[in-house]
Design a protein around this ligand. Structure first.
Ligand SMILES: Cc1cc2nc3c(=O)[nH]c(=O)nc-3n(C[C@H](O)[C@H](O)[C@H](O)COP(=O)(O)O)c2cc1C
Length: 363
């Protein structure tokens, strides 16, 4: 049997196979940030169809500045625990594992919200939306750390099998690790040791609160999506991955890109095996340096490439996002002999009216 269908442990969490549904904002949350019935239905379908590990949409830890757009799911208050408990219970009925992704928008608002100035490590304009955030104060940074650790505890209280800290895609924590978006001259900026300080505080304090046996995962940016000096360098990413590993993180999901960069994190047009697995080089470099399992995301489309990612020691698990929008029963299809996904990476699933494959509409 292919390794893809064999179990794996992420700390105390045992997952029945190597297939992960990567965190996916589905634009289907209730307007107040709570979980909707459509979301329960979506997660049920994924779990029923053998996805081993389902990671939620990014859920914001602080209101209102942590929110990317209205309708996004929230975990910034205890009132949101109940919805996640319903989701966790649903997923657990089918033997899948369920991890809550926690995030903060930082400077990367999707829809600018009236009267709100986004916060970020530094006041660096986001050219994709033309908005300049204001730099967080020292006091606000400590408040944010508390928001993250409180969200971690809420994930545990909701019965989620673990929590994933979002350090990718240009949102707040990835803004801290990149010298492009972090120009601070205090203890939170400058050297990579300083740029990762906020991560260290969140993970160390969070694990004390949730207990060391509770699985904490991360999704890590490995590039800003821009080449050259002044941007996030692989050397700094490896430092960050080793630090997170040493702090007890149970898995590192390897991703990359910020919205401002041309390709972002969901590259279009992945239609040949050569274009697949576009963060493999970074994943391999990280895997060589850490003890915890590595999850690869980004353009995985054929079973053969996924198998080779595992066989060649690039990663231990494979995470997909867009293909599950079109084929939520993909893992079952793979076990029945289907060799590749139907998704053509056209990105029309980014739909503020609710996620679905809009490929035909798009042609
Ligand atoms: C509609 C949509 C929503 C997404 N939402 C999230 C999210 O909430 N959190 C996250 O970390 N990544 C998010 N992503 C990125 C995916 O998890 C994944 O990293 C990216 O799409 C590449 O994987 P793929 O090629 O399998 O789609 C989203 C991607 C899409 C297309």
């Amino acid at each position: 049997m292919s390794t893809l269908f064999q179990p794996i442990s992420l700390g105390s969490m045992v997952i029945k196979n190597r297939f992960v549904r990567s965190a996916t904002h589905d634009f289907m949350g209730n307007l107040d940030g709570t979980i909707s019935d459509s979301e329960i239905k979506l997660y049920r379908t994924l779990a029923q169809n053998d996805v081993g590990l389902i990671i939620t949409a990014h859920s914001y830890v602080q209101h209102p500045l942590g929110r990317v757009a209205p309708g996004q799911n929230a975990i910034c208050d205890d009132q949101f625990i109940e919805g996640y408990r319903r989701l966790a219970d649903t997923v657990h009925e089918y033997g899948a594992k369920f991890v809550l992704q926690i995030s903060h928008a930082g400077r990367q608002f999707s829809v600018p919200m009236e009267g709100l100035v986004p916060v970020a490590p530094s006041a660096v304009t986001d050219n994709s939306i033309g908005i300049t955030p204001r730099a967080l104060t020292e006091k606000e940074i400590w408040e944010l750390i508390e928001c993250y650790t409180a969200a971690m505890l809420r994930a545990k209280e909701a019965g989620c099998d673990g929590v994933q800290v979002h350090i990718a895609h240009g949102y707040l924590l990835s803004e801290f690790i990149s010298p492009y978006t972090n120009k601070r001259e205090d203890q939170w900026g400058g050297s990579i040791e300083n740029r990762t300080r906020i991560l260290k505080e969140i993970i160390v304090r969070g694990r004390k609160i949730v207990g060391e046996a509770y699985p904490v995962l991360v999704k890590l940016n490995t590039t800003d999506g821009f080449e050259g000096a002044g941007y996030l360098a692989l050397e700094d990413v490896i430092y960050t991955a080793k630090l997170l590993d040493s702090l007890g993180v149970v898995a590192i999901e390897v991703s990359g890109g910020i919205k401002e960069s041309k390709k972002g994190f969901a590259w279009p047009g992945i239609r040949t095996p050569e274009k697949e697995a576009y963060f493999s080089t970074a994943a391999k470099a990280i895997k060589a340096e850490v003890a915890c399992p590595v999850i690869l995301v980004g353009g995985l489309r054929s079973l053969a490439v996924m198998e080779s990612v595992l066989e060649r020691g690039i990663a231990d698990m494979v995470a997909l996002c867009r293909p599950y929008v079109k084929e939520p029963d993909l893992v079952k299809r793979f076990s029945n002999g289907q060799a590749k996904v139907a998704c053509v990476s056209c990105n029309a699933c980014f739909n503020p009216k609710g996620i679905r494959c809009n490929y035909k509409d798009n042609k």
